[in-house]
Design a protein around this ligand. Sequence first.
Ligand code: P6P
Length: 331
Amino acid sequence: MEKLITLDEFIIQSQKEAKEATGELSRLLRDISVAAKIINRDLSKAGLVENILGETGTTNIQGEEVKKLDEFANTILIKYLKTSGECCGIASEEEDSFVSFHDEPQCKNAKYLVLFDPLDGSSNIDCNASVGTIFSIYKRISPIGTPCTHADFLQSGEKQVASGYVIYGSSTMLVYTTGNGVNGFTLDTAIGEFCLSHSNIKTPSKGKIYSVNQGNYHDFDQNVQDYINYCISSEDDKKPLSLRYIGSMVADFHRNLLKGGIFIYPLSKKTGKGKLRLMYECNPMAFIQEQAGGMANSGEIRILDIVPSKLHQRVPIFIGSKSNVEKALSY
Ligand code: P6P
């Protein structure tokens, strides 16, 4: 039987190969994996734990109902990102503004910051559909030893040093990149370890799946409608693409990453903007997608080139196999 390579072992090996690595990023990634295991533990028995499903009765800065598990995941991530002292602050979908860890003695000289969506797709939890955690890691640009600043959190996606996601699905997986390819680890709950299961993930150059909320079709610009009509046509002597849409970005993204295809959340004519958040949904997924050989674009610009203006800003996104995204952009 093949020797299991745990995430910790993989991170240590990767650190040895990266000359400039000093172990701080490795410790940060391990903090995130510990938080993911704890979130997974409570998610997997959510239906049984008294009072953990449902709404908290509050709404977040997005104007969305905060589910109890959203809040729980947010709290766990903040707690464990303080542990090793490698993180100087965080931004979260569930926090109005960034949270500085400057008051934590162990975080005073930290050089990394993490932005995350603690539980993406949480509206699916109550019906047991897959949900996920998405994270994005940057080096701070403000001086080490001082409190982190707003500017630290508004760097373009191109500046990410690492990004990843955890998908809590039929199995729980952690998928991440540090800019040297994409690797996937499946949680073996019997030993409590994420083990390498998808080495050097490369997305197919062309896929047969398109993912969009078709119900919004009449809210899309004409060119997007024309592209969707192309997807379901037999033009270019192709078969109609299959529509697969779970309504949980991590789940839709992960399936398309492995099988090929395109996920789109276009501009809405009603609101004049997209729904997905640039800093902790689109940028981290775009980094992974490009590292796996795909593309990610807003319809006007490469996602990773967008210069952020607001922490919670939303952008339209076309992300997936290179050929599918290029076709979409041709419309
Ligand atoms: P809609 C979940 O709320 C989320 O942020 C993403 O995970 C998902 O892709 C999208 O919204 C679904 O949005 O409008 O299709 O329900």
